[in-house]
Write a protein that binds this ligand. Structure first.
Ligand SMILES: CC(C)(COP(=O)(O)OP(=O)(O)OC[C@H]1O[C@@H](n2cnc3c(N)ncnc32)[C@H](O)[C@@H]1OP(=O)(O)O)[C@@H](O)C(=O)NCCC(=O)NCCS
Length: 201
C-alpha cells in the first residue's frame, strides 16, 4: 500500500480537495442536518451535545486539520468546480471487524455525505468513483468492507452501482442520533472486481 494521502482529485463537475479549516464550519452545518447525520454518524451517543455545539467542534476540527496532509489520511472536502462551493465530504478510513479490532490497512471502509440541496444529482456517485479509483489504483488497497443502513437506499445504491457485493449477513449499528439500533447491509468491493468493472462505468 502506498501512503499518498488525500491528494486532490478531479472529476467532470467536482474537485475533491485535502481538507482545510476554512470549509469545516460549512461541513459541520451540513452534517448537523438530521437527514444527513441519521445513518452516517456512529460515534458514541454520549457525544450528541458536543456535536451540536460549534465551539466544541471547532476545537476538534482545528486539531484534526493538523493532520489533514498526513500521508495516511484519506479524507476530502468535495467542491463544485463551477461555483467553488463546498457540498460534502468523502473518506476512506480504517475498517473494523465485529470485535471492534482494526483490520489491516489495505482493507478499508468508506464514508460520504452530500448537502441535501445537492443530493440526487449523482454528485455522490461521481465523488465515490474518483476516490475509490484512486484508492485501488494509486494507493493500492486490496478491499473495501463497509455497510449502509437498509433504509439508507441512496447510500447503498451508490455501492451497488459501483460493483460492491451485498453480503448475506446484516449487522446492527448504534447511530449517534438514534435511540434504537439500526440494521445495516454489509458490502465488499475487491480490487480485482473494481479494475474489471471500471471500464464500464
Ligand atoms: C448517500 C448520499 C451521499 C448520496 O448522495 P447523492 O449525491 O444524492 O447520490 P447520487 O445522486 O449519486 O445517487 C445515488 C443513488 O441513490 C438514488 N437516490 C438519490 N436520492 C434518493 C432518495 N431520496 N431516495 C431513494 N433513492 C435516492 C439515486 O437515484 C441513485 O440511484 P441510481 O444509481 O439508481 O441512479 C446522500 O444521500 C447523503 O449525503 N446521505 C446522508 C449521509 C449518509 O447517509 N451517508 C452514507 C452513510 S453509509
Amino acid at each position: 500500500m502506498n501512503y499518498l494521502g488525500s491528494k486532490q482529485l478531479e472529476t467532470k463537475r467536482l474537485l475533491l480537495k485535502t481538507q482545510t479549516i476554512n470549509e469545516q464550519k460549512r461541513l459541520w452545518e451540513i452534517l448537523m442536518i438530521p437527514k444527513v447525520n441519521k445513518y452516517y454518524l456512529n460515534v458514541s451517543t454520549k457525544l450528541r451535545e458536543k456535536l451540536l455545539d460549534w465551539d466544541t467542534k471547532e476545537k476538534f476540527y482545528k486539531k484534526e486539520m493538523e493532520h489533514a496532509n498526513d500521508k495516511d489520511i484519506f479524507k476530502w472536502s468535495i467542491f463544485l468546480k463551477d461555483t467553488g462551493e463546498c457540498i460534502g465530504r468523502i473518506s476512506c478510513q480504517e475498517s473494523y471487524d465485529e470485535n471492534s479490532s482494526v483490520r489491516e490497512p489495505n482493507i478499508r471502509d468508506v464514508g460520504w455525505y452530500i448537502d441535501p440541496f445537492y443530493q440526487g444529482e449523482c454528485y455522490g456517485t461521481e465523488a465515490a468513483i474518483a476516490m475509490i479509483d484512486y484508492m485501488f489504483n494509486e494507493v493500492g488497497i486490496e478491499k473495501i468492507m463497509t455497510g449502509a443502513a437498509i433504509v439508507n437506499k441512496p447510500s447503498w445504491k451508490i455501492m451497488e452501482r459501483l460493483g460492491f457485493t451485498r453480503q448475506d449477513k446484516t449487522f446492527m449499528v448504534q447511530y449517534t442520533f438514534l435511540d434504537e439500533l439500526t440494521e445495516d447491509y454489509s458490502y465488499i468491493l475487491n480490487k480485482d472486481k473494481w479494475l474489471s468493472l471500471k471500464r464500464k462505468l
